[in-house]
Design a protein around this ligand. Structure first.
Ligand code: DAH
Length: 345
């Protein structure tokens, strides 16, 4: 039965072609029926006709035909799996329309305190001051003793200062950035010109002008002959550039333990230019900050010799500057996280 042998070979080629043409599950089903359909599948027909063959041929050709049957079954299994993967319906949730315009992300911006801090830094940097930072947790020596605070000074009291539980050195949350003066003078040789912006803490009741946490900016300039006149020139130029208009500056004598003499620095009222209005309570002046000539004890505590060196120091609250610039009437707004407030800057 040579003919059956040849027709099996031809059949295999035909089957291969048919598989190539089958594009979908229905196509595969058609291939199956064509060759292995119960009644008129071609291969089935051959298998049925085997019984008419002589014994030896029957075995050989039967083997071949069964191989072909296996081949078809396997091929259908593999192709069905592939097609099933390709035709998995797209999950609606995963589908997205790339032509829809995107959602605009919400852009944040710098906090008004950060903006003003950077502006202040920029002005002082342009006058040759370096920006220095120090620790927010201080010890009693740097925050008070080295700055010439007497032992009984009320600022040391637990009513005003957050003291931390600690084993040896008495630790606290710094009440000003003045201690960084000492830290810097210990490690650097004059001439010195620095500003120290940073967060400070006071233990007090909050109201429209008091917060337990706020920002300070300390300044220090030390050399052989730095005078109060130099300070006046520096600070007047600073305010002129900060407020964008000429301002007058005056010093009122006052006391801070770390300076001698000490001054309260006032500027001419921004609202009425010194004529007198409700903003300045008719005085024509606005109180801005504390300052003075560095006390000899402070220089000594920083291992500098007051016989040959002198300088000025000043300290201002950054919130106060921002409040004056933007006419903000409550310091608590800065820390409230209220977007209606923050979005105005
Ligand atoms: N440290 C002061 C305060 O906590 C501010 C200050 C006043 C700083 C006078 C100075 C200064 O350097 O000379 O309010």
């Amino acid at each position: 039965m040579k003919t059956v042998g040849i027709s099996l070979k031809k059949l295999k080629n035909e089957i291969k072609k048919d598989f190539k043409m089958a594009r979908d599950l229905k196509g595969l089903n058609d291939v199956f029926n064509k060759y292995l359909g119960k009644h008129d599948g071609e291969l089935n027909r051959i298998l049925r006709s085997l019984e008419k063959l002589p014994k030896e041929k029957r075995a050989r050709i039967g083997k071949e035909a069964n191989k072909l049957k296996e081949y078809i079954k396997q091929k259908i299994e593999i192709k069905t799996e592939k097609m099933r993967l390709l035709t998995v319906p797209v999950n609606k949730k995963e589908w997205f329309d790339i032509t829809v315009p995107g959602k605009r992300p919400l852009f944040g911006h710098l906090h008004p305190l950060t903006k003003i801090k950077r502006k202040v830094e920029e002005i002082f940097e342009s006058m040759g001051f370096s920006i220095i930072e120090g620790p927010e947790i201080e010890n009693e020596w740097y925050n008070f003793d080295a700055l010439n605070f007497p032992k009984e000074h009320p600022a040391r009291d637990t009513i005003d200062t957050f003291w931390l539980k600690s084993n040896h050195l008495k630790l606290l949350l710094r009440t000003h950035t003045s201690p960084v003066q000492i830290r810097y003078m210990e490690k650097n040789n004059p001439p010195l010109r620095i500003i120290v912006p940073g967060r400070v803490f006071r233990r007090e009741a909050t109201d429209a002008s008091h917060e337990i946490n706020f920002y300070h900016l300390e300044g220090l300039m030390v050399d052989k002959a730095v005078s109060a006149a130099n300070f006046k020139a520096v600070i007047q130029e600073f305010y002129r550039r900060f407020f964008g208009k000429p301002v007058k500056v005056r010093f009122i004598p006052t006391f801070f333990p770390f300076v001698e003499p000490g001054f309260q620095v006032d500027i001419s009222c921004l609202n009425c230019q010194g004529k007198g209005c409700s903003a300045c309570q008719q005085t024509g002046w606005m109180e801005m900050m504390g300052a003075g000539m560095v006390h000899p004890n402070v220089l000594k505590n920083s291992r500098l010799n007051p016989k040959f060196l002198q300088g000025f120091a000043f300290g201002m609250g950054i919130e106060r500057l921002v409040m004056m610039k933007y006419k903000i009437n409550d310091i608590r707004l800065f820390y409230s996280g209220d977007l209606r407030f923050l979005q105005q800057f």
